[in-house]
Design a binder for this molecule. Structure first.
Ligand SMILES: *[C@@H]1O[C@H](CO)[C@@H](O)[C@H](O)[C@H]1NC(C)=O
Ligand SMILES: *[C@@H]1O[C@H](CO)[C@@H](O)[C@H](O)[C@H]1NC(C)=O
Ligand SMILES: *[C@@H]1O[C@H](CO)[C@@H](O)[C@H](O)[C@H]1NC(C)=O
Length: 385
């Protein structure tokens, strides 16, 4: 209503103005012409002076004062899009955050120089006992990575200001193993990391994960890969297809039902695909409940349906399931030997960009806090950092 009445007022004002001017025009015609002539003369003089001023003081000055203003001005592309949010803590609800993070450019390429970064997303219960190993791994690579930490909401980390984990905690909620709340936490990490336009590869890790190579090697491996590393396999039997519920049809057919470890790496396009999904989410929320564990099925299945050719169908995080049971083995101080790592490095073959390779894993889990000392000791020799 307000807008309409304002428009009406403006329209009326316009008409009034015209009628007043027409009256003046008729009675003061010669005077008006004289004034117009004088005005034109002044305008021409000002134009000539300014053109010669630009010529003699040099165009460069004008350019140098203009460009920084264009790049850093309050509403420049730089301020609006390129710079990551200055603080990770925000008051958005999950719904608001996922909606905001699902924005993606449709136009190819970036109209600025963009150095793609790896986002390391730490899904944790609380403290990060292996933090100093990660600090060493990331040292010297500022600008090529970002760190995000999603702990239990009751936990507040205290890292010194020079730590890579300093103020990298995001707003979190309780995540329960095997439940949809675990996928919610992973989506929350992805969404927060998507807010930084420079993040290109998104790696989910836990407090018990370690890197197996130096940063340069891992960056090269991820950036040159034609696929994202998320485990997705079709497993017959009770722990694979047996968890499928046919109420998920037709959106989720059994032929596309996949299983995979939750520790994934996805590129920006897949991250956005995960964050924007509401269709498969509602199916899994309703029909994948224990003994169906959504954190093992939701992302592998929905990505197999939506973006199958973008997937490597294998994870780059090594885990030892050989001891059996629902949880993988945890390694402590006495396990961390050179021989132990030789087995990880040479134990499997896989494909990378269509070629066979024995370099299948970039990260490994699970390591207990007691493993930190021996890990720091052998890292320079075994992992190259
Ligand atoms: C992964 O699996 C999908 C089908 O589920 C397939 O289309 C894709 O080519 C596979 N990726 C690789 C690297 O083989
Ligand atoms: C991996 O491939 C190499 C060369 O083809 C072979 O010598 C090795 O035994 C394979 N390793 C495993 C664990 O299959
Ligand atoms: C990283 O490790 C590779 C071997 O894995 C080595 O050739 C390279 O020099 C290392 N880079 C740095 C910066 O230490």
């Amino acid at each position: 209503m307000q807008i309409i009445s304002r428009v009406v007022q403006l329209e009326e004002g316009k008409e009034n103005g015209i009628s007043v001017r027409t009256g003046q025009y008729k009675s003061f015609r010669p005077k008006l012409l004289l004034l117009l002539g004088l005005f034109l003369a002044v305008v021409v003089t000002i134009f000539i002076i300014s053109v010669s001023a630009v010529k003699y003081t040099g165009l460069q000055n004008v350019v140098t004062t203009f460009v920084p203003c264009r790049e850093d001005g309050p509403n420049s592309l730089s301020k609006l899009i390129r710079q990551p949010p200055s603080a990770l803590m925000h008051s958005m609800t999950d719904e608001e955050l996922l909606w905001r993070a699902s924005f993606r450019p449709e136009r190819k390429g970036y109209p600025f120089k963009r150095v793609p970064k790896i986002a390391f997303m730490f899904l944790t219960k609380g403290p990060l006992p292996l933090a100093s190993l990660w600090e060493r791994f990331l040292k010297g690579h500022k600008g090529l990575y970002s760190v995000y930490v999603h702990p239990d909401p009751s936990f507040t980390a205290k890292f010194p200001a020079d730590s890579v984990f300093y103020k990298r905690q995001i707003p979190s909620h309780v995540a329960e193993w095997g439940r949809m709340s675990m996928c919610d936490a992973e989506k929350r990490l992805l969404a927060n990391a998507l807010l930084d336009i420079s993040n290109e590869w998104f790696v989910l890790v836990s407090e018990s994960c370690i890197p197996l190579y130096n940063f340069t090697t891992i960056y090269t491996y991820l950036s040159r890969s034609h696929h994202s590393f998320i485990g997705a396999f079709d497993e017959p039997g009770p722990y694979g297809r047996g968890r499928y519920n046919e109420n998920m049809e037709p959106e989720v057919p059994i032929a596309k039902w996949r299983k995979g470890s939750q520790w994934f790496e996805v590129d920006r396009d897949l991250a956005a695909t995960i964050v924007e999904d509401t269709l498969y989410y509602s199916k899994f929320l309703e029909f994948c409940r224990p003994a169906c564990y959504s954190d093992e099925h939701y992302f592998p299945t929905m990505l197999t349906i939506e973006k199958p050719t973008a997937l490597a169908n294998r994870s780059v995080t090594w885990t030892d399931w050989s001891r059996g049971g629902p949880h993988p083995a945890t390694f402590g101080e006495s396990d961390v030997t050179e021989n132990f790592f030789e087995k990880i490095f040479d134990g499997t073959n896989c494909t990378y960009n269509g070629r066979d390779t024995s370099m299948c894993y970039l990260f490994a889990r699970k390591f207990a806090p007691s493993a930190l000392e021996p890990l720091l000791r052998i890292a320079p020799k075994i992992m190259g950092f």
